[in-house]
Every structure is written in C-alpha cells, then in structure tokens.
Design a protein around this ligand. Structure first.
Ligand SMILES: [Zn+2]
Ligand SMILES: [Zn+2]
Length: 170
C-alpha cells in the first residue's frame, strides 16, 4: 500500500502505518536528526538522557509506558531513576517530539512537524499495537464549536481511534 501518504508539512512523505518490512533504521535516524535540528533551533539540548528516552521510543512504532522505557534503558549499571525519565519525557513532549497516548498511558515518538496542524488524530491498531498519526482536517473547529455551545472551554482536542491498521487487515 504505497498510497497511504500523509499530505501536509512534512518534507518526506511518510506512510501513516509503514509496512512491516520497511526500513525502520531510516525512520529512527530521521527522527533523531529531526529532534537534533528542533532542539538546536530552539537553543535547547538533546541531553544523553533525553536522547536515550527518544531512542527507546523509536525502537518501533508502538507506544511504550514509562516503566517499559525505564526497563529498556536498564544496563549493567542499573536502571535510570524514574524521575529522570519522566523529566525527559516532559521535555520531549513539550517540544513535540513525543506524544502521550492517553488511552494506553503510554508514549510514542513523533518525527513530524506539527506546526500548523490543528489536530492530530492518533490511530491505534489493536492487533499489532502500532500508532499512526493522521491530520484532523476540519474536525478540531467542529469540536471546539460544540464544546463552546455547551458553555465549555475546550483545551486542545485530542482524538484516539482504536481499530485495525492496513497491514493487519490484509
Ligand atoms: Zn519505522
Ligand atoms: Zn496493525
């Protein structure tokens, strides 16, 4: 399925759900390079811990919980203190390099430039666990309008949809 291309602001067109045999090394190295560029542009540092957390998440397109990240960063010197991992996750989220998937209480790396995107829709495959991101189109404004009509002050709307990805359906 080569037609599954996300339009928009990213320079390299990417499949929302890359094929199981895709070159994931390239996904991961592109995302690290993107993170470095973003941090440099903002005068921020991708410290070793921040980078390790991002690399752990970039091991696949599946979200990881904070404790799974800690386990993956464990080595012969022990495991990192949870607070350092949480702080790194906060930094990465604030800089748009990681998203939290609320319904899974887990985190997923993001190599997209979301500048100008109104809303990101997270598509969660219940078979393989992969998470894809689709642009929300005009949905965000409709959600804000109906929230306001209820006298409710909406924050950024967030949409997570569980289903079956194109590769698992085949
Ligand atoms: Zn990949
Ligand atoms: Zn799937």
């Amino acid at each position: 399925m080569k037609s599954n291309i996300r339009p928009g602001t990213t320079k390299i067109p990417r499949a929302i759900f890359p094929a199981p045999d895709h070159d994931h090394e390239r996904c991961a190295s592109t995302a690290i390079a993107y993170a470095e560029t973003q941090c440099a542009a903002r005068g921020q540092r991708l410290t070793p811990m921040r980078r390790h957390v991002l690399e752990a998440l970039l091991a696949s397109h599946k979200p990881l919980g904070a404790y799974e990240i800690i386990e993956r960063l464990a080595n012969k010197n022990g495991r990192p203190a949870p607070i350092t991992v949480y702080r790194s996750l906060d930094f990465l989220r604030e800089n748009g390099l990681v998203h939290r998937i609320e319904s899974r209480n887990a985190f997923v790396a993001c190599g997209h430039n979301h500048a100008g995107d109104d809303l990101v829709v997270f598509l969660i495959c219940e078979r393989c666990g992969a998470v894809g991101e689709a642009p929300g189109g005009g949905v965000a404004e409709a959600l804000r309008a109906s929230s306001r009509a209820a006298g409710f002050s909406p924050k950024n709307p967030l949409i997570e949809i569980v289903g079956i990805c194109s590769h698992c359906r085949e």
